[in-house]
Design a protein around this ligand. Structure first.
Ligand SMILES: [Fe+2]
Length: 373
């Protein structure tokens, strides 16, 4: 029997500035702000709250060892609310730092372990992509086992997700491009997922529409419009995150997860990389299903495609302008790796592959790699 469930967990707030957020939530010395030094210096160095800096523990994506060191620090402090301000990595760490437990990350990631929360949790994203502020999942790197692992904590849902436009005002272009592209991929993949429902559809279509319109505006007016469109991008990535909290992404993420960890390519870049070839295969296989809605939306926003082309070629061209990527060979892949990579994707990414619009065979996955070599 097919059942449907849909939830929006944290209360969502939107402020123009950090100062407005601080006033509204009466931020003070009983709060601990967990962030990066550069964000602190740029946006809120005057705060009365205590601070903890991610960059004192970690200079890339979080490892279990780095998060264990953060846990030791946080457990020695006295505070009532944890306010995490940063990209997906920082928000993912905060979900674990707010738990009521004395265990290490390794034990917390064991099956069935679900501690309650110790303090109130507020998550504020400074990129426009992961949607981590509205999901309960934390993804960490476990170098000893050579893999990235994600775990959803029941207590990982924040009490408040706070979108602050000001944080996008100084975002580096590459971070904007790859994070917003990841949100676009979330929305497109979940819209086509077999378990999608009327509620996820609304959030996904709104996110796709906003991001494509924003990208089009940017190709016409230049990257300075990102600042004007900040509120729209934050809302779009948040809406895609709401969909993601209910239904996982699919084949694009499955192929990207494996390639990203093999060649150390940032998440947003690698999901954007595999979007066009996977969607072109979907469109070839089943053009009359839900993908027709996406094709129509692309034509409505980006204009009709030339004879012999599909709307997904038009999308590919737009992405090439806004979020340029490299050939797979330039990331270090050999053509001879395609078979082995495809096997690995099928072996390790079933939890995502079940969300595909149409099944992707091994031959399809190999074809995706060869198109991008
Ligand atoms: Fe993603």
């Amino acid at each position: 029997m097919r059942t449907m469930q849909f939830a929006i967990r944290p209360m969502i707030h939107d402020y123009d500035t950090f100062a407005a957020f601080e006033d509204a939530h009466v931020v003070g010395p009983r709060d601990l702000i967990f962030t990066q030094r550069i964000l602190y210096k740029t946006f809120f160095s005057h705060t009365q709250a205590q601070t903890l800096f991610y960059d004192d523990f970690c200079d890339g994506e979080p490892t279990d060892i780095a998060v264990d060191a953060m846990l030791i620090d946080v457990r020695s402090r006295d505070f009532d609310r944890l306010i995490a301000i940063g990209g997906g990595s920082i928000l993912d760490c905060a979900k674990v730092l707010a738990l009521n437990s004395n265990e290490s990350v390794d034990s917390l990631f064991a099956q069935g372990v679900q501690p309650r929360r110790k303090v109130e949790l507020i998550l504020s994203p400074t990129t426009c992509g992961t949607g981590s502020e509205v999901t309960c999942v934390s993804v960490f790197d476990f170098p000893e086992t050579g893999s990235k692992m994600g775990k959803g904590f029941d207590a990982g849902f924040a009490d408040h997700a706070v979108l602050i436009d000001e944080f996008l005002s100084k975002i580096p272009y590459q971070v904007f491009a790859t994070s917003s592209a990841d949100a676009l991929v979330h929305a497109l993949e979940i819209y086509l997922a077999p378990k999608a429902n009327a509620y996820t559809d609304v959030f996904c279509l709104a996110a796709v529409q906003t991001i494509l319109r924003g990208y089009k505006r940017m190709t016409e007016l230049g990257p300075s419009v990102i600042r004007e469109d900040a509120k729209a991008y934050l809302a779009a990535s948040n809406m895609a995150g709401i969909a993601l909290a209910n239904i996982l992404a699919g084949g694009v993420h499955a192929i990207a997860m494996h390639f990203g960890s093999e060649h150390h390519v940032p998440h947003g870049e690698v999901t954007r990389l595999f979007l066009p070839p996977v969607f072109k295969i979907y469109y070839e296989k089943a053009p009359n299903g839900k993908i027709a809605d996406i094709a129509n939306l692309i034509e409505e926003i980006l204009g009709p495609c030339d004879p012999g082309c599909t709307p997904f070629d038009v999308l590919d061209e737009l992405l090439a302008k806004v979020v340029p990527t490299r050939r797979l060979s330039e990331y270090g892949m050999d053509a001879g790796d395609a078979n082995r990579y495809a096997d690995k994707v099928i072996e390790t990414q079933q939890r995502l592959l079940v969300n595909n619009y149409t099944p992707l065979s091994k031959t399809d996955i190999v074809q995706v790699y060869s198109q991008l070599m």
